[in-house]
Design a protein around this ligand. Structure first.
Ligand SMILES: Cc1cc2nc3c(=O)[nH]c(=O)nc-3n(C[C@H](O)[C@H](O)[C@H](O)COP(=O)(O)O)c2cc1C
Length: 357
């Protein structure tokens, strides 16, 4: 069978997605009222991306609880006001022909930091409690990345974390989102459980890979039980790029378990729990997605995939879709442009712009 093209449609749990050029979640840190409610910026930003031809746009890491925000300027889905503010963004994406998802997130020990927009973010780290920060939680009580030390979550608190993910997923469905993505990557709470570098627990949520995966899999299973028809993506950091950390073999196993638990798709990112030497370059994470694809798990690749030819080559390696981040910030119309470069005639542009094509 020949490999699909990035311009080919794909189905995810009954959801038809018009192509395989997807927008990766990207924090905007633009909720200046600190209430988690998306703003005019989110409407314009996501509107532009949805109009640019993507098959699936997944909006930024959106907190399932106030204390799960990376910064005070994060979006949330822990209350109905937030849900209602997402609705016009979702409706607009649908009018533009894009599927739209939300990345559900709890930052754990990486919560409560200063928001920064530069390449390295803001280096001031944790916001002091008396300046509006809050105590953080994690798998263990060791500080990471120079941030304030978290409190290890008690076993009895973990059902509450799972329930908060499910409640946010429920609100996502009420807002009209087609997909939810469980954020299991980049050193945030679920990754803090997955990684042996940050999980020193001695209860059933630590120890071997099965124990460390348990919270993530509980979240996936609980969302699946509550929302049987909802397509669920899981984003993993498929390596910690550090000896003794999570590696690509373990990540492929977790991806297979996530599929069994009811996920439909995995995205292979990397890093975030410790500082590591990451060999950043074109397609530097593609091999991680290929390793997961080898388990028979539908998977997307991400990370410096910046040309149409390169993206199509990625699909030839067994990966089902590509996700783009920064290149789509530079040009929200990148999917339409890539189709043109491949000589594929598409109708993904808004009809209002027809005279331009
Ligand atoms: C501004 C910005 C914000 C990001 N925020 C998130 C996020 O909210 N959740 C997430 O999983 N990844 C986030 N990422 C990582 C991207 O989703 C993506 O994996 C990364 O940028 C690599 O892809 P690229 O080379 O195509 O940009 C962010 C990246 C950027 C540039």
């Amino acid at each position: 069978m020949s490999a699909p093209s990035i311009t080919d449609p794909i189905e995810v749990r009954g959801l038809r997605v018009r192509n395989r050029i997807w927008i990766a979640p990207m924090c905007q840190y633009s909720v200046m009222a600190y209430d988690g409610v998306p703003t005019a910026w989110h409407r314009v930003h996501y509107g532009a991306l949805a109009s640019g031809g993507t098959g699936m746009l997944v909006v930024e890491a959106t907190a399932i609880a106030p204390e799960g925000r990376i910064t005070r300027q994060d979006t949330g889905l822990w209350n109905d006001e937030q849900r209602d503010a997402w609705r016009p963004i979702v409706d607009f994406a649908h009018q533009a022909g894009a599927a739209i998802g939300v990345q559900l997130s709890h930052a754990g020990a990486k919560a409560g930091t200063f928001a920064g927009f530069g390449r390295d973010g803001d280096r001031r780290g944790s916001v002091p409690i008396d300046e509006g920060g809050w105590p953080t939680v994690s798998a263990s009580d060791e500080a990471i990345l120079g941030l304030a030390a978290p409190r290890a979550l008690a076993t009895s608190e973990l059902d509450g974390i799972v329930a908060a993910f499910v409640a946010a997923a429920q609100r996502a469905v009420e807002a009209g989102f087609d997909v939810v993505e469980v954020h299991g990557a980049h050193g945030y709470l679920l990754h803090q459980f997955l990684s042996p570098l940050t999980n020193r627990r001695v209860d059933g949520y630590g120890g071997d890979l099965a124990g460390r995966s348990r919270l993530l899999l509980d979240v996936v299973r609980a969302i699946r039980a509550e929302l049987p028809a909802l397509p669920v993506l899981v984003r993993l950091s498929a390596t910690d790029w550090t000896d003794g950390g999570l590696d690509e073999q373990q990540a492929a196993q977790v991806a297979a378990w996530a599929l069994e638990a009811g996920a439909d798709f995995v995205d292979a990112s990397s890093g975030g729990v410790v500082l590591a030497e990451i060999p950043v370059g074109p397609g530097y994470q593609v091999h991680l997605a290929e390793r997961i694809a080898a388990e028979g798990v539908p998977v997307s690749a991400v990370g410096l995939i910046e040309t149409a030819e390169q993206a199509n080559a990625v699909l030839r390696g067994g990966v089902a879709a590509v996700r783009v981040g920064r290149a789509a910030l530079r040009d929200p119309n990148l999917p339409i442009r890539w189709a043109g470069e491949l000589g594929v005639d598409v109708d993904w542009h808004p009809q209002q712009y027809r005279r331009a094509y």
